[in-house]
Unconditional design. Structure first.
Ligand code: SAH
Length: 228
């Protein structure tokens, strides 16, 4: 899977070089690059923002550098072009799975007050939000999208099955996990997990998942019932 993130702050994406996603990039399973929009600005000072028409606080990212950057990275529109935006569709587990089926993803990160609407209208296929709050820029949101989608690319997780058990995969939150020692600060690991009876363990975990989901995220169970 090829991912190009377009940003004014490419060094922020150094975080993706660590851990599971870092390994997938090193192995070539994910071909990742953060492209610096500023390099495409035709302004002599490489300016990429300006004051908003109509007034108001802050700066807006100008259309030209973004437009030229997108067309340089994706001249034939072979990428699914995403803009990270608080006004976009809500990013959920199903979105991550769906994005992982695309061979090429281009993700545009806004910053400051946002991006000139015309470049969104001209170039973008889809707008995605990571939640109902405002971040300073799309970079952290894009990292969440890249990380969550990459986990569904074959071979990225050490064991292919390991996301099937996780929160949301079956519409439920994950059961609690324990590791050694069997007792810590007086708290014991539930007996059934030490016994090695896999059927009993599966039953126990399923009950824990249901209980936790009912307590914390009743909305997930209701969505389940409605077949969503
Ligand atoms: N003025 C805008 C917010 C701009 S925040 C508004 O009120 O909607 C600057 C940039 O951060 C945005 O262009 C977007 O790319 C990114 N961003 C902020 N919050 C986000 C969120 N919840 N999801 C995805 N991207 C977000």
């Amino acid at each position: 899977m090829k991912i190009r993130v377009l940003t004014l702050f490419p060094s922020m994406f150094g975080a993706l070089g660590e851990s599971i996603i870092g390994r997938a990039i090193k192995n070539g399973l994910i071909d990742f690059e953060a492209v610096d929009i500023r390099e495409y600005s035709i302004d002599k000072h490489h300016k990429c923002d300006d004051t908003p028409y109509g007034g108001g606080a802050g700066m807006v990212m100008t259309a030209q550098p973004i437009y030229d950057c997108i067309n340089a990275v994706d001249p034939n529109h072979e990428y699914l072009r995403i803009f990270m935006s608080p006004s976009g569709e809500r990013f959920v587990d199903a979105t991550a799975r769906e994005l992982a089926t695309h061979d090429n993803l281009l993700i545009l990160c806004g910053h400051y007050e946002g991006v000139d609407k015309r470049v969104i209208d001209l170039c973008i296929d889809r707008e995605i939000s990571v939640g109902d709050y405002v971040l300073s820029g799309g970079e952290i949101a894009a990292m969440a999208v890249v990380d969550a989608a990459a986990r569904f690319v074959d071979g990225v997780l050490g064991c292919f099955d390991s996301h099937e058990d996780e929160s949301f995969s079956d519409g439920l939150l994950e059961y609690p996990q324990y590791t050694r020692p069997p007792e810590f600060m007086g708290l014991k690991v539930p007996e059934v997990l030490l016994g090695g009876n896999h059927k009993e363990i599966a039953k126990f975990r399923r009950e824990c998942s249901l209980k936790l989901t009912r307590e914390r995220r009743g909305d997930l169970l209701r969505e389940d019932k409605d077949g969503n």
